[in-house]
Design a binder for this molecule. Structure first.
Ligand code: ADP
Ligand code: MG
Length: 229
């Protein structure tokens, strides 16, 4: 199996001395191409810290993080942001769309940063917005969309650049359960039909149950992983 991400002996401490918080304690984890994996655990268990370390947004205190063939912990900030731009799509709990940009422009943004020509950008973004069920809403601003629709724009933005990995930190946390379930339907479809690799976190059992691989995390340590190794 091709490993997209490989964490070895990853620890993360916040703070110093007496007030130190051990957010991650010795994580060994591989994410494989085509995974549809959930990181599940209660609030404060280390899910966000783990996802931020996978993407290089945060540095581990100790351990090794490989993304493809590259050691993330040895990269400069500039190399890291380039790597994120090219290989990772992000979906956040709070959508994080740019309020002054339309749905189309939000989804187009990463492709612009990558220097994809205008005509190709337009074609790809229109196709992706259609795919996520937002055809006809291209010109709407985030405030003119429901929470579920905004999160679909966030998914469109995340997959527009065809990243090797999509990271989604509690993507359904601000959605009602029906809308959250529909978002999971979309993610599943993208995984099954396009092979998009997803690593998402949640503490909601309805969301966790939709994963094809369940990584349980407890007090910063892996407490179960049903992946075939
Ligand atoms: N920037 C930070 N500074 C200090 N402690 C932090 C910081 N971020 C997270 N923590 C602590 O690390 C632990 C794991 O947090 P987090 O990864 O956010 O968990 P989760 O996403 O599962 O709720 C918690 O105890 C949290 O309080
Ligand atoms: Mg979190």
């Amino acid at each position: 199996m091709t490993s997209i991400v490989q964490l070895t002996g990853v620890t993360k401490d916040y703070g110093h001395g007496d007030v130190s918080v051990h957010a991650l304690r010795g994580i060994d984890l591989s994410i494989h191409k085509g995974d549809f994996a959930a990181v599940a655990g209660p609030s404060g268990s280390g899910k966000t810290t783990l996802l931020n370390i996978v993407s290089g947004l945060d540095k581990p205190t100790a351990g090794k993080v490989m993304l493809g063939g590259d050691d993330v912990t040895k990269m400069s900030a500039a190399q890291l942001s380039r790597l994120r731009l090219q290989r990772i799509g992000f979906v956040f709990q709070a959508y994080n769309l740019m309020p002054v940009l339309t749905a189309f422009e939000n989804a187009e943004y990463v492709l612009m940063m990558q220097g994809v020509p205008t005509a190709e950008r337009r074609e790809r973004v229109m196709a992706i917005l259609k795919q996520v069920g937002l055809a006809g809403m291209e010109h709407r601003f985030p405030r003119e969309l429901s929470g579920g629709q905004q999160q679909r724009v966030a998914i469109a933005r995340a997959i527009a650049s065809r990243p090797a990995l999509v990271l989604a930190d509690e993507p359904t946390a601000n959605l009602d359960s029906a809308t959250g379930s529909a978002l999971l339907d979309l993610m599943t479809e993208l995984n099954e039909e396009h092979g998009t690799t997803f690593l998402f976190s949640s503490h909601d059992s309805n969301v966790i149950n939709r994963a094809k691989r369940l990584i349980r995390i407890k007090d910063g340590a892996i407490d179960g992983d049903d992946a075939p190794h």
